[in-house]
Design a protein around this ligand. Structure first.
Ligand SMILES: [Zn+2]
Length: 74
């Protein structure tokens, strides 16, 4: 998809809507602004989920090393 305002090429519809909202928000009609908010929210949710998973992985790794260390040190 190509941005109608600046000609920027965007392969995915989500990226397209995010680009429209971030770069040309004032020029969008109401339906397009709604679409942007929707995409923006789901993008944020995906990011939050990723942060939680990444944090959980780090905690598991930390305790894993702690257990290995405790076993080796004993
Ligand atoms: Zn654009």
């Amino acid at each position: 998809m190509t941005c109608p305002y600046c000609g920027f090429d965007l392969p995915e519809e989500t990226q397209y809507r995010l680009h429209l909202g971030l770069e040309h928000y004032g020029r969008l009609d109401e339906a397009e602004q709604e679409g942007f908010k929707e995409s923006y929210r789901s993008e944020n949710d995906a990011l939050d989920r990723f942060r939680i998973i990444a944090l959980g992985g780090l905690v598991l790794l930390y305790f894993g090393f702690l257990v290995v260390y405790a076993l080796l040190a004993a």
